[in-house]
Every structure is written in C-alpha cells, then in structure tokens.
Write a protein that binds this ligand. Structure first.
Ligand SMILES: C[S@@+](CC[C@H](N)C(=O)[O-])C[C@H]1O[C@@H](n2cnc3c(N)ncnc32)[C@H](O)[C@@H]1O
Length: 260
C-alpha cells in the first residue's frame, strides 16, 4: 500500500470509529499532529495505531484531545470584545430585545462565560441561555465544571473577576449566576444541524483547521443560522473572502452582518 492509500484508509477507519471526518481538515497539519501523537506513544503505523484506538479508551481520549487543539482564553483579543460591546451589541438589541447567542467550537467555555459576564454587566437581555457547543465531550465537561486556573481568570478584568470568579482549592470557579446563563451541548459542525434564528454567532479559531472548501460550507451554514441583521464574529487571524456572495457585509473587522 502506498502512503496516499495509507492515509485514505486511516481517515476512513477513524471516521467509522469516532464519527470525525478528517477529510474536512487541512491534511498537512492533521498529519503532523497525528504522526507526533503516534511517535509519543511508540506506534509506528496506522494499522496498529487504529487497533490501539479501538481497544484503549485512554489512548482514544488523549488522541482526540491532541487532535482538537483546545486552547482558549477569557476575552480573547480584548480589542474585539470592545468592538462587540460598543458597536455590535447596540445594533443587535435595537432590533430584538432578547438575544440568541451561540459560541460554536467553545472548547472549555472561556468564550461563552466571557459573553455571559458581558451580558450580565451591560444588562444585555437574552432570549435563551447562551448555547456553547463543541465536538469534544471532554472540553464540554470542563466547561460545565467552570473551574479555571489563576492564570486563566486573569483574562477577566479585576472588577468582574472579583464578582464572578470564586476561589476554590487553589483554583477559581465561575459563579453560579454566570454558569446558569450558559448551556453546553455536543455538536459537530461538520455533521449536525445548525440552530437557526441566532442574533450573534461566535466561531473563532475553529475553522483555521479546515480546508478552504469546508470553511466556505461552514460560513454558508452560519449565515443561514443567523436571523437577517444577525452578526457572525470570527477569529483574529480569519477573514471571509466570499462575504458578499454569501450575503454578509463587514460591519467591523472580524464581524459580519447578515443582509436583510
Ligand atoms: C482553538 S479552540 C477555540 C476555542 C474558542 N472558540 C476560542 O477562540 O478561544 C478550537 C475548538 O474547535 C473544536 N472543534 C474542532 N472541530 C470541530 C467540529 N467539527 N465541530 C465542533 N467543534 C470543533 C475543538 O474541539 C476545539 O475545542
């Protein structure tokens, strides 16, 4: 079997095992991550690695964690949160008093809790709890636990941190009033249905791992999921080149509004 067949076979078998479709992700990046993981556990070929993934839950779990790159931060790229608060939220609340917000690819919850804190502090009303979704059950569970290190919560400004992060055995738990504002759910952006009629969708630092074709499909689906006038907020290394043809207009850098 040549290398291309090897890879194709791995992708097919891994999808059967996990439901995750690696075809949609950028291959060189994925291959590098997979190979480095295989090296770290002393696995030399895809066939024996797949066997191990099928039989050892711990390896399966660690591999998924390695593959999905779960780094997140509270108020990541703070300047954009200021734009969100001062320019975008006023646009949205003018049209609908209670907002529907979705943090897609939420990882361990920092983004969703940042949103909840902002809403609580600025009196932004919600129609429903903030929906926080990810493909990885483990990060979702961490999000529900809402327990973070001192370094992590340093991303929250002091005034808000003192109100909403409660010390607990050397770590900090996000307070119950903020936790109650967020609902974590498992959702695979490549397979599952999108919840419609959203005012604001955050999908930041997630599509960077996908192929151009998959990115476009996702941006199309995010646009469909927004209500007319709703806004998509993306990561600070990202740009939607096809915004116009998708029916989106740029309202600020990294913010795209669905045309009415
Ligand atoms: C780098 S984190 C981004 C976290 C957060 N949005 C931020 O910007 O801080 C990327 C997340 O995307 C998730 N992810 C990757 N593929 C996904 C998919 N197909 N569906 C849903 N989430 C996915 C990963 O599990 C990971 O938690």
């Amino acid at each position: 079997m040549n290398q291309a067949d090897d890879w194709a076979n791995f992708v097919k078998k891994y999808q059967a095992l996990s439901g995750i479709d690696l075809v949609a992700y950028k291959r060189p990046q994925m291959e590098r991550r997979i190979n480095s993981f295989m090296r770290s556990i002393g696995s030399r070929d895809y066939v024996s690695f797949l066997e191990l993934l099928g039989s050892d839950r711990e390896i399966y779990r660690r591999f998924l964690e390695h593959l999905t790159i779960n780094v997140s931060e509270f108020f990541r790229n703070i300047q954009q949160w200021e734009v969100l608060e001062k320019e975008i939220v006023p646009l949205l609340v003018n049209e609908r008093p209670g907002l529907k917000i979705w943090s897609a690819g939420c990882s361990t919850g920092e983004e969703a809790y940042s949103l909840a804190i902002l809403c609580r502090e600025k009196g932004i009303r919600l129609q429903d709890r903030i929906l926080a979704t990810d493909i990885d059950n483990e990060v979702l569970e961490k999000g529900r636990q809402a327990l973070y290190s001192q370094k992590a919560i340093d991303g929250i400004q002091a005034l808000w941190r003192n109100k909403y992060a409660v010390a607990e055995n050397g770590q900090y738990r996000i307070s119950e009033e903020i936790r109650r504002m967020v609902r974590f759910e498992k959702h695979d952006l490549l397979r599952d249905r999108f919840v419609l009629d959203q005012d604001l969708i955050l999908c930041r630092n997630v599509v960077i791992y996908f192929t151009e074709e998959t990115k476009l499909t996702l941006y199309r689906k995010f646009t469909e999921a927004l209500r007319p006038g709703g806004v998509l907020f993306i990561g600070s290394t990202e740009q939607i080149f096809q915004a116009k043809e998708l029916g989106l207009k740029t309202v600020a850098t990294f913010f795209y509004q669905k045309e009415r």
